[in-house]
Design a protein around this ligand. Structure first.
Ligand code: ATP
Length: 601
């Protein structure tokens, strides 16, 4: 089978500059219209795959980012994130309509892309995808005094050259909300389709898990084909997608699955990936954002204590009290995740990062090495220093259930969340949840021990007291990885303060859409739909089967639902919607719950 589909050969060896045959924005908009009309995964993959196959390498790379509503990978691209008000100004400028008229239409339609789509002419001036991309980049990077006016001017210039249908999507991209029903998983499938070989999916996915950069994956696929994808390696500077843990019913089940294993404390803070490149240190959050500036003490400790010129380490950062050595609860630690007043926060809540894995050191990638080898290398690499911001997580290697339980009880009595139990010969499973890591949390003996991370897809006005806030409950979904869709699992009516409800409504209103979003499956009809965006942590009493929810239905009359769900904490800023709990995990949690119920009899 040929590596690349027909028509995918580069049209101009020199790339985009001056290339009259470059992919036009018209072609892109036509494909986007078709994507918007369908919700079938196979159709979406075929349409996007065909469009990607027609693009040159540079176009393909940019197109992939634009489909994600971005200009580059999450860790290095400037955010466009233009506010609706500013865009209305630019639309008025470009069309000669008054701002009042635009606002009026916007209030009716609820989407500035739709408004521009209706009032701009049906035919544009024939602009290429690359020109649109570069203009958006100029808008995103305009800074300093007068940046606001400059952004409006640049956007108005761009709009004058666009047709209505083109503007509809360009403005949605500028908002970071393309709403095409195409998630990363669908883009990965479409890349394989664009190469004319669906069997490349696994190699494409691997490359994505090692780079977190879909544009780069597209480039490697096009320029180097399958061999390039297969030899691709993790490199400091590019975040690796995190390995994730599974759940089991008891320490005995963990031992049955793993045999002799390594147990570690499970710290309740936030995950950081540390990348050292010479004298520079980059810190990446769980969802691959660059948060380097936020935790200077960890960056400094890395330079002092990590004995390698280049390295990738991973660990959990926890707030602590240096006087007593006590760890601070998650709600306190998480306050360190902010971009401003970093120094003051550093003094108020000092952090300590417990490194638990090593992925790369001085030219050697460790991802496929067994845990024992990674841990030994980590211990050689990090010089322990008392009271420093960088420490190693302690470990216990055992095959004894009583010893494991004792370790667990000890950690819980120290105020930790529980333990992580890891397979000794297990590789680091980038981007995947596997049984190489198992989490045993405090309260695992309770019916539903773990919380569920849900994506909010709408809200209901509610009755009684709450109705005065205009929001009574949240419609929440989990992620169906196979279909790349969000399926409802709960209606959440508690866990927030009065101010919390008001703030939540304000946030959700910014993402509201007039109809069910393209990637959402739901039986319930909320009063307000919103694009899947925010992830919240939910505690429930148990998982039940219910005809009211869509999660895991698969043609059955009932789906899975959370009983007595309540929100804990606030929005999980470190998770993308696709990082929410998956339908598969819900089914697994249901299995564990049943197992506990029978063993309790
Ligand atoms: P997940 O990260 O698995 O999607 P989550 O963010 O809700 O889910 P948990 O499921 O509670 O977190 O547990 C996994 C997380 O525990 C890891 O992502 C990591 O941040 C944290 N963690 C704490 N201590 C360790 C450790 N010793 N080894 C690995 N992870 C740890």
């Amino acid at each position: 089978m040929p590596l690349f589909g027909i028509g995918s050969a580069p049209r101009c060896a020199l790339g985009y500059e001056g290339d009259t045959m470059a992919l036009s924005m018209r072609e892109v908009a036509e494909a986007f219209v078709a994507l918007e009309k369908s919700s079938r995964r196979t159709t979406l993959v075929a349409i996007l795959g065909d469009l990607l196959a027609r693009a040159e390498t540079a176009e393909m790379e940019r197109l992939v980012y634009l489909c994600q509503g971005r200009l580059g990978p999450p860790f290095s691209a400037p955010e466009i994130g233009l506010q609706a008000k500013l865009m209305m100004h630019a639309v008025a400028d470009a069309t000669g309509c008054t701002e009042e008229a635009i606002r009026h239409l916007y209030d009716e339609r609820g989407d500035i892309g739709t408004v521009a789509g209706e009032i701009l002419p049906a035919e544009g001036r024939g602009i290429s995808l690359m020109e649109v991309y570069h203009q958006l980049l100029a808008i995103a990077t305009a800074s300093g005094r007068g940046a606001q006016a400059q952004k409006i001017g640049l956007l108005a210039d761009l709009l004058r050259r666009l047709s209505g249908p083109e503007a509809r999507y360009v403005l949605r991209i500028a908002q970071g909300r393309l709403r095409l029903g195409v998630g990363d998983a669908t883009i990965l499938d479409a890349l394989a389709t664009s190469a004319g070989d669906p069997s490349l999916k696994e190699a494409i996915e691997r490359c994505y898990n090692l780079s977190s950069d879909l544009g780069l994956v597209a480039r490697v696929l096009r320029e180097e084909g399958e061999p390039g994808l297969r030899r691709f390696q993790a490199r400091p500077g590019r975040p690796v997608r995190p390995a994730l843990a599974q759940r089991v019913a008891s320490p005995e089940e963990a031992l049955r699955r793993l045999g002799r294993c390594q147990a570690e404390p499970k710290y309740d803070g936030f995950r950081l990936q540390i990348h050292r490149v010479g004298d520079a240190v980059h810190l990446f959050s769980r969802n691959m954002e660059d948060v380097s500036g936020q935790f200077p003490e960890i960056a400094e400790a890395t330079l002092r204590q990590v004995g390698a010129e280049s390295a990738i380490l991973e660990g959990e950062a926890v707030g602590y009290l240096p006087e007593t050595g006590e760890y601070l609860p998650f709600q306190v630690t998480v306050q360190r995740r902010r971009k401003h007043r970093v120094e003051a926060m550093q003094e108020a809540i000092p952090l300590r990062l417990f490194a638990f894995d090593l992925l790369y050191a001085d030219g050697r990638e460790f991802l496929t090495a067994p845990l024992t080898e990674r841990r030994a290398a980590l211990e050689r690499l990090v010089t322990p220093t008392p009271d420093s911001a960088l420490a190693l997580s302690p470990v216990l290697v055992t095959d004894d259930a009583t010893e494991l339980e004792r370790f667990f009880d000890e950690m819980v009595s120290e105020g930790l969340e529980g333990i992580m139990v890891k397979r000794l010969d297990g590789a680091y499973t980038a981007g995947a949840r596997s049984f190489n890591w198992i989490k045993l949390k405090r309260g695992y003996r309770a019916e539903l021990a773990d919380t569920v991370d849900c994506v909010l897809v709408g809200y209901l006005y509610g009755r009684g007291q709450r109705a005065r806030f205009g929001i009574g409950s949240l419609l929440a979904a989990v992620y169906d990885e196979k279909r790349d869709r969000f399926q409802t699992v709960a209606k959440i009516g508690s866990g927030l303060s009065d101010e919390g409800w008001v703030k939540m409504r304000e946030l959700l209103d910014q993402d509201s859409v007039p109809h069910r979003p393209a990637r959402v499956d739901s039986v319930l009809q909320p009063d307000v739909w919103c694009e899947p965006h925010y992830v919240v942590e939910v505690q429930a009493d148990e998982i039940t089967r219910s005809p009211l929810h869509a999660a895991g239905r698969d043609g059955e009359p009932t789906g899975y639902a959370l009983r007595f769900p309540r929100m804990v904490g606030w929005i999980r800023a470190d998770k993308h919607p696709e990082d929410a709990t998956t339908v598969e995990e819900i089914i697994e949690m249901f299995r564990i719950q049943r197992l506990r119920a029978t063993s309790a009899l």
